[in-house]
Design a protein around this ligand. Structure first.
Ligand SMILES: *Cc1c(COP(=O)(O)O)cnc(C)c1O
Length: 437
């Protein structure tokens, strides 16, 4: 659908657009802002292009601060024309100074960007879906869909319900119970596919071609991925209009990582923050670490793998934006590391016990990589470091079951309580946990 200025409404809508179309990331070929994601000439991925001169004229710190308390305060930087985008309170999650975790690790200025409490479905995916479904509506789609490792299905189903769009989602059949329930409750059609995410994704590409649905991470991917820039924008604003020195974020397809980078760059480009070097470090689970492997072996291509890890939400064996993530880690003097499943569980507990934040396996991966990088001297203790926690632990309870102890079950009597308290003191929390395991 084009935005030809044929009627007064259309021209009004058009004048609100700050994006100019789609552009191939590889060859630079330009396209209209339709539901396409691959360059016809070189098969490179398409990305949204903006009119930065116009952005510089219309956006200031004040106009942003006067906007809604959600990702839509950054609307001119997002690829939608609607004056009323789908706003379910997504974004503006807390940036928490993590002093206890920092002390434990031996660094000085650590912040957690806490998307474990993002709205409405407790993961960063609500950002990308809010943008994708707003654009889907503008492009005239009535059915929306996705290929998901769990969180994306939750977000797509919930936000589609709010927007009154029909929804059919595809997930691997072995997902955590919390992720499946967190989709079914919104009443979409759910296809649980015997196969891993990469197989689900391949199936969805075929369905996208044959059914004309809006797949948020396939034919709508250029719009979807722009939503992740808000994780960069918010951190810059919440740090008092400054960029951090170092960020650590999880990598699945690599999209989120590359878009935090794009977000920081855009804020510099339009004069909202001063330019400065920011180091980008990425986190993967050892059981699915094709991007970390390419980084370590200094390769410019990604060798796909078959995932085998408890960190299912980031288990993408053939990551679409992997090479771009490697490039950013390299040129910013960052790192990409991987950690094993036991380290992921330990890190989930570490974050919970030091900061009161219960994250899912992706967050455990990120914290475990943070720890590994600090121990290897790859994070300077003086750097202002921001760690992105992208999902909520209540959705992946299986991962920590049997590793967190049990309550003391007692009779409703004071002496029963006193005896149990005594026992808890002699055991100590850690030893008690070992008894339980
Ligand atoms: C999807 C997801 C990511 C990473 O997504 P990208 O594909 O790299 O953009 C990270 N954390 C969680 C919890 C996710 O669900």
């Amino acid at each position: 659908m084009t935005q030809a200025a044929t009627s007064p409404t259309h021209s009004a809508v058009h004048s609100a657009a700050t994006f100019t179309g789609l552009k191939c990331k590889e060859c630079g070929a330009e396209y209209e802002a339709k539901a396409i994601h691959v360059c016809e000439l070189c098969f490179g991925p398409l990305e949204v292009a903006y009119d930065y001169d116009r952005l510089r004229q219309i956006v200031t710190r004040e106009t942003i601060q006067a906007g809604p308390h959600s990702i839509w305060r950054y609307r001119p930087f997002l690829p939608v024309t609607s004056q009323n985008p789908i706003d379910v309170g997504t974004g503006m999650t807390p940036l928490v100074q993590a002093n206890r975790l920092a002390r434990q690790l031996g660094i000085k200025r650590l912040f957690i960007k806490n998307d474990a409490v993002n709205m409405p479905t407790l993961s960063f995916k609500d950002r990308v879906v809010s943008v994708a479904l707003t654009r889907a509506r503008e492009l005239g789609f009535t059915t929306v869909s996705c290929a998901s490792t769990g969180n994306l299905a939750n977000s797509t189903a919930a936000i589609a319900a709010h927007a009154g769009l029909d929804c059919c989602v595809f997930i691997p059949s072995d997902l955590e119970a919390g992720k499946v329930m967190g989709t079914l409750i919104y009443g979409p059609t759910v296809m649980a596919v015997h196969g891993n995410y990469d197989q689900v994704n391949r199936l969805c590409s075929e369905v996208a071609n044959s059914h004309g649905w809006g797949f948020v991470n396939i034919n709508l991917r250029p719009y979807y991925s722009e939503g992740s820039k808000t994780l960069g924008f918010e951190v810059a604003e919440q740090l008092g209009w400054q960029l951090p020195d170092h960020i650590v974020a999880p990598l699945a397809s690599g999209s989120l990582f590359t878009k935090i980078y794009k977000g920081f760059q855009e804020f510099v480009k339009v004069g909202l923050v001063d330019d400065k070097p920011v180091r980008f470090s990425g986190a993967q689970a050892e059981g699915c670490s094709p991007i970390a492997k390419a980084f370590k072996e200094n390769q410019d291509f990604i060798t796909p793998v078959k995932p085998n890890t408890i960190a299912k939400s980031i288990a993408i064996g053939n990551p679409a934006d992997g090479v771009y993530a490697v490039d950013i880690a390299r040129k910013t003097n960052g790192n990409i590391e991987s950690v094993n499943d036991a380290e992921i569980v330990e890190a989930i507990k570490l974050l919970a016990e030091t900061e009161g934040i219960f994250t899912e396996t992706a967050g455990g991966t990120t914290i475990a990589v943070l720890k590994k990088l600090v121990e290897a001297g790859k994070i300077n203790p003086e750097e202002t470091t921001v760690v992105y926690i992208t999902g909520n632990g209540l959705k992946t309870q299986e991962a920590v079951q049997g590793c967190i102890g049990e309550p003391f079950t007692i009779e409703p009597k004071l002496d029963a309580f006193e005896r149990a308290l005594e026992r808890s003191r002699t055991l100590g929390r850690l030893e008690w946990q070992q008894v339980m395991v």
